[in-house]
Write a protein that binds this ligand. Structure first.
Ligand SMILES: O=c1ccn([C@H]2C[C@H](O)[C@@H](COP(=O)(O)OP(=O)(O)OP(=O)(O)O)O2)c(=O)[nH]1
Ligand SMILES: [Mg+2]
Length: 152
């Protein structure tokens, strides 16, 4: 599925020094986001930092959202993940796209300006219309959860 996404360039290095976000392959789901830093940023183990992406998006359509996810290589090999677990970008958000970077690794990690540090994925959203009921129609699972079905 394709969607036209309005994008504002907040950092003039995009389009010159740095390319606009692009899909790495024809079937990639994520657009890599760069650290729009003015100078290298060293994170010590346990540090979190809010890093500007240098971009703003306006999704507009309430049946869509975007999520910011870690990049697998950075997350697994270097411990660079997100301070908010997953960043959720609402369809009506028009502010600067920010990346909460959390260093869960063991060695200091330095990000350079323009490094691709996270990725943005556009997703469909189903918005709930709540219906209050007294009881649910019985299901196969019922209230069983948290390991209820066992391991094997
Ligand atoms: O990693 C992120 C997460 C969120 N946002 C922006 C877009 C999102 O639409 C807005 C609000 O995010 P969220 O609802 O997750 O945060 P909140 O703490 O509930 O803030 P608010 O009270 O503004 O909804 O912040 C980012 O730029 N980066
Ligand atoms: Mg919110």
């Amino acid at each position: 599925m394709q969607h036209t996404l309005e994008l504002k360039i907040l950092d003039p290095r995009f389009g010159g020094q740095w390319p606009l976000p692009e899909y790495a392959t024809a079937a990639s789901a994520g657009l890599d986001l760069r650290a729009a830093l003015d100078e290298p940023l060293t994170l010590l183990p346990g540090d979190a930092a809010l890093v500007a992406s240098g971009l703003a998006i306006h999704i507009g359509d309430p049946s869509l959202c975007a999520v910011i996810l870690p990049r697998s290589g950075l997350g697994h090999k270097h411990g660079i993940v997100l301070g908010n677990g997953t960043g959720l970008i609402d369809a009506d958000y028009q502010g600067p796209l920010m990346i909460s970077v959390w260093h869960r690794g063991k060695e200091p990690f330095t990000m350079q300006p323009g490094d691709r540090i996270a990725q943005l994925v556009l997703l469909p959203v189903v918005r709930a219309q709540l219906q209050v009921v007294d009881a649910f129609e019985t299901s196969a699972r019922g209230a069983g959860g948290f390991g209820h079905t066992g391991v094997r």
